[in-house]
Every structure is written in C-alpha cells, then in structure tokens.
Design a protein around this ligand. Structure first.
Ligand code: A3P
Length: 288
C-alpha cells in the first residue's frame, strides 16, 4: 500500500497516508501501554533515529548487533504507523516505542499505565531546516515549495504532524502527571557520554564504562550514516529519493544560520517569543 498522495487528518493535524490510516491512529491513541514500556516522543526531525539507536544500545548493553541487523522501525516502532500491530512483539520486558503524536492524543492512554516517556526536543530552527530537506526527498510528504513558503507553513503549524510549538507545549505540560525525561538533540551533541548516563539512570539500566564507550562509537553520525538499518538507503527511490537529500543529512547544531535570512529570523523569533517565551529555558539552544 503506497498511498503516497493520501493525507490523513486526525485530532486537527495532517499526517502522511503512506504511513497512517484512521484505524492506525485510533489504535495508537488508545494503546494499552504497560508500565514497563519506554516511549520516545519527538516532533519529526528532532533526532528520533539517533535516540532510537541509543535506546537500542542501552537495552542491548552496548552490543551493536540488534542495531545493525533490525531496522529502527521494527525495533522501536512508531505507535501510529500502519505496520505497528504487525511488528509489536509479545516479548517480555520493556518495549521500546516511538511516537510523533501530540500529547493531547496520547495523554489518556499514558495516564493509565504510566510508562517511562523520553521527550527529545531540538532547536526548532534546525528542525525546520531538516524538515524542509526531508520534504524534498520524502515522496510521502507534500512538495515543500520554497524555503520561505515552508517556513510560513511551519510557523502556522500547517505542516504534517502539526505545530512544533503546540507539540512541545503539550508535552511540557504533562511533567507532573507522567514519568517524563526531557532531553535535547543539542545535549546529545555536546555530551553523549553524559546523556547516556542520564538516560540509563532514568531507565534504571546501569551501564559499564566499556558499554558507554561502545554506544558512543556506534551512535556517532559517521557510524550511523553507514548503518543501512537506519540511513534509509534501503527504502525504494520512489518513496525516498536520496539523490535530492540524504536522510542522514548533516547532523549538526545550528545549520539554520546557513538557511535563514535576517527577516526570516526576526519573524521566527517573534513567533517563538509569543508561543514559548521562557518555557524552554532549560533547553540548550539559542535563537540568535
Ligand atoms: P539533519 O537533517 O539536520 O542532518 P529524525 O530522526 O527525527 O528524523 O531526525 C533526523 C535528524 O537527526 C537529521 O538532521 C539527521 O542527520 C540527524 N541525526 C541522526 N542521527 C544522528 C547522529 N548520530 N548524530 C547527529 N545527528 C543525527
């Protein structure tokens, strides 16, 4: 089922029909979580694949074999994707799950079992840039138009998966009622070792120094770029066209500086100030 031109609408947001149906979205929103589950939550292009890889390695105690032999969508499946029911294995122990859905869609299901939630955020200017290039290569997403047109849609929250601003505000609001660890892409960049230690403490999975070193080696941008289980090079060209942009594109902090004009920066900062203000002060990113 390709459905490359189909768009689904759910809870006020648009999503690619290639990956979602009304039934798959409904299933995600009422998913019977277990307390032992670990749910990774991100807005697209925030470093989802990177964190999936780190979590895989934490749960394999640093053994890279699962990460090198099973595609990320099968080992850390997205709850809302069409194939989710088929890949969800009835295994014992923690299930590593992923979602891009907003908090208001997932809150009721999460409140029941209170699994561990990891919310990974990234400077929204870099998210926007990464998302723009991803739209150029992913044929299940609409044509992004010019960078400026895409920027306006991103600020309006009319891009697929909805508003970045609503996404982060929603997930920040459930700090008290859910077991959530907030992390950033920037933090992974700055101190991967420290980030793995924070994650392992949150997950209750103590790691030996040698295992942490193995995670750092395997989860570097260079190493992950070569891993066909995550770099999307096995996806057929009619679905993802790597000649237009790579999935593992640049992997850097601050690429927005090479994309934004000063006018675009001003417009973005104004919206950020209105919507977020001081709410994300704990996150290590700068808007200037
Ligand atoms: P860029 O397009 O800025 O390069 P997601 O997995 O949520 O779709 O996010 C993809 C972004 O994360 C891409 O950003 C990709 O290059 C980056 N990324 C993936 N693995 C990474 C790693 N090991 N180190 C740094 N960045 C990584």
């Amino acid at each position: 089922m390709s459905r490359l031109d189909v768009t689904e609408s759910f809870a006020g947001i648009r999503l690619p029909g290639h990956l979602h149906t009304q039934e798959s979205l409904e299933f995600a929103s009422t998913f019977p979580f277990r307390h032992s589950d670990v749910l990774l939550v991100t807005f697209p292009k925030s470093g989802t694949t990177w964190m999936q890889e780190i979590l895989t390695l934490i749960y394999s105690s640093g053994d890279p074999h699962p990460a090198k032999s099973i595609p990320n969508w099968a080992r850390n499946p997205w709850l809302e994707h069409i194939y989710f029911k088929d890949v969800l294995q009835e295994r014992e122990g923690p299930r590593l799950l992923t979602t891009h859905l907003p908090q208001q869609v997932m809150a009721a299901a999460l409140r029941k079992a209170k699994p561990k939630v990891i919310y990974l955020a990234r400077n929204p200017k870099d998210v926007l840039v990464s998302y723009y290039h991803f739209h150029r290569m992913a044929n299940f997403l609409p044509d992004p138009g010019s960078f400026n047109e895409f920027l306006l849609s991103f600020l309006d929250g009319t891009v697929h998966y909805g508003s970045w601003f609503e996404h982060i505000k929603g997930w920040l609001s459930c700090q008290e009622e859910l077991d959530v660890l907030y992390m950033t892409y920037e933090e992974l960049h700055q101190d991967l070792e420290g980030s793995v230690k924070r994650l392992s403490a949150f997950l209750g999975r103590p790691m030996q120094p040698g295992q942490i070193n193995a995670i750092e080696r395997h989860c570097s941008f260079t190493s992950m770029s070569k891993n066909t289980m995550v770099n999307c090079t096995l996806v057929p060209r009619e679905i993802m066209d790597s000649s237009k942009s790579q999935f593992m594109r640049k992997g850097i902090v601050g690429d927005w500086r090479d994309h934004f004009s000063s006018q675009q920066c001003e417009l973005f900062n104004k919206k950020y100030q209105q919507e977020i203000g001081g709410r994300c002060q704990q996150f290590q990113w700068t808007m200037d």
